[in-house]
Design a binder for this molecule. Structure first.
Ligand code: GLU
Length: 524
């Protein structure tokens, strides 16, 4: 501990008197009135204009833990890095959460939820630390810090502002006043009393207690350029006063974990329980090795990819949920739960390392999901997707909803034999494209038996029920000395251009007499 600063000097150092005392803040944000064991979690993205799949994974865990414990899940926008600010970035986050069904609760009592609007709170806590001698104003310039760094590098010391390198650690009131009179704006630094020879124990809900060397860096709490807090300090104040019980964040924060625990202890506050999640990985196509999803190389690193290419958002959630809680898939297959939201996940079982996100596996979840959708829901999803993201052709496909409904109803009435060839909304529309004349591509390579088509056409009546229709196929086959399957295949290719399709009778019914005749005649 160093000497605390006087109230007047604190006001000058911070560019204004603090608005609250700590007691006032405690009273303003009282402990939440929630059932015992309720989780209070938050997703705390920086608005960079990009939502990473890892962010969706973390926020799913946040949302699920809060939901299953009757707790609260908040969205906190960490917009203190004004240099990185991007237009519409917050909208992208809010829209993505909504699309994936992650509902947050922004009780105004604990807000505001934009860090840029919480300056009063940070400055009030900083004032307390300055008063108690647990923080100090530092007037080092960028050039001076560069010089320190160069010296440390040359002498083989760890770089940073700590111990004797921290020139202003014990700066007195007189010198502070002189700098301020000179028009300088200080950064506010932590007065660290940590000793790297000693270890600090930090509790992670998944990893248990982890020990690290104590932090001795005089970390920046408030920046000089805009007097906004750093992540470290903002998270300390926010997670305390928002009464967060569990901080779910990426494992890249493990290295600053000792600093965070140190700050909570200094304040005499109980830290939240941390859950550091593993990165989301993939198997690299070239090397065959598992690696982190890369923003640059992997389109699926960006949540927008799933929306634009029409993946059922629920299936992405199901799959991510199964990564976070590996027992989920089995419980679902056994019919014990219907969706991830019904499954009780255990924080302790969240994986600690390299979680694999495999697009092939996602396909399986998507197929399963679509197969269980009632047709009207399927139609609505396809239509909504096409309206927002679809091509002009897709928009034409959805113009006649009744027709689209008939197309998508094929092979969906027998629960034991539901087709599983739909994966995404985009792919669904391309899978069934042949129903629309303007998209239908006649198969010119196929060696048709034109007699088959002629004979069938002569007997064809669109009002035939399935049995009569089949009788006519059998009849044509017998007449030409062929197998019924060969007749059906000729028809199938003529109707769709493909050799592999769902039920031929149903699809011919949906195509209707005019198209059926047209397509046969085209071949003939
Ligand atoms: N803004 C931080 C990030 O985007 C938040 C980390 C946290 O959840 O505490 O990584």
């Amino acid at each position: 501990m160093r000497n605390g600063l006087s109230k007047d000097l604190i006001a000058r150092v911070l560019g204004g008197a603090p608005k609250y005392t700590l007691d006032e803040l405690e009273a303003k944000f009282p402990p939440r009135n929630l059932p015992e064991g309720a989780f209070v979690t938050r997703f705390a993205p920086s608005p960079t204009g990009y939502m990473h799949l890892g962010g969706l994974y973390g926020s799913l865990i946040d949302c699920k833990l809060a939901q299953q414990s009757d707790g609260v899940f908040m969205l906190r926008i960490e917009d203190t890095d004004t240099k990185r600010e991007v237009k519409d970035a917050v909208d992208i986050i809010i829209k993505s959460l909504a699309k994936f069904g992650l509902k947050y609760n922004d009780m105004p009592e604990y807000g505001p939820y934009y860090q840029s609007q919480r300056k009063d709170i940070y400055h009030s806590v900083a004032a307390y630390l300055l008063e108690k001698g647990m923080a100090y104003p530092c007037f080092l310039t960028a050039t001076e810090m560069e010089e320190i760094r160069a010296k440390q590098n040359a002498a083989g010391f760890a770089t940073g502002i700590y111990g004797e390198w921290a020139r202003d650690r014990d700066i007195n009131e007189e010198d502070i006043t002189a700098h301020l009179d000179n028009g300088e704006v200080p950064t506010i630094r932590l007065y660290s009393t940590g000793n790297p020879e000693t270890r600090i124990f930090c509790k992670d809900a998944v990893r248990g207690s982890i020990s690290f060397p104590e932090n001795n860096e005089d970390t920046v709490l408030i920046k000089s350029n805009d007097r906004l807090p750093t992540y470290h300090f903002a998270h300390l104040c926010d997670d305390h006063f928002m009464r967060t019980t569990h901080v779910v964040r990426g494992e890249e924060w493990l290295s600053s974990f000792p600093l965070h625990v140190q700050m909570f202890r200094m304040m005499g506050w109980v830290p939240p329980l941390y859950i550091h999640t593993s990165t989301i990985d993939k198997i690299d196509e070239e090397t065959g090795k598992q690696r982190k999803l890369s923003k640059r190389k992997d389109p699926e690193a960006n949540v927008a990819f799933f929306l634009e290419s029409g993946w059922p958002t629920e299936s992405v959630i199901e799959y991510l949920g199964n990564i976070a809680a590996s027992g989920y898939e089995e419980a679902k297959m056994k019919g014990q739960v219907k969706s991830f939201w019904d499954y009780e996940m255990r924080p302790k079982k969240i994986p600690m390392s390299g979680s694999l996100f495999d697009m092939k596996k996602l396909e399986w979840w998507a197929k399963e999901y679509i197969a269980t959708m009632p047709v009207p829901d399927l139609v609505k999803s396809v239509v909504d997707w096409a309206n927002e993201y679809g091509s002009e052709d897709n928009k034409k496909q959805i113009a006649d909803i009744d027709f689209l409904t008939s197309v998508l109803s094929i092979e969906r009435d027998n629960p034991k034999r539901i087709r599983k060839d739909f994966i995404t909304w985009k792919q669904t529309l391309s899978e069934v494209a042949y129903f629309w004349d303007f998209l239908f591509k006649p198969n010119k390579e196929y060696e048709y038996n034109k007699d088959v088509l002629r004979e069938f056409l002569a007997t064809y009546d669109e009002k035939d029920d399935k049995d009569s229709w089949w009788q006519k196929i059998v009849y044509t086959a017998e007449k030409l000395g062929l197998k019924a399957g060969e007749v059906a295949m000729n028809l199938r290719v003529a109707m769709t251009g493909r050799t592999n399709t769902p039920d031929l009778y149903s699809l011919m019914q949906v195509l209707g007499g005019v198209r059926v005749r047209d397509r046969i005649n085209t071949v003939l």
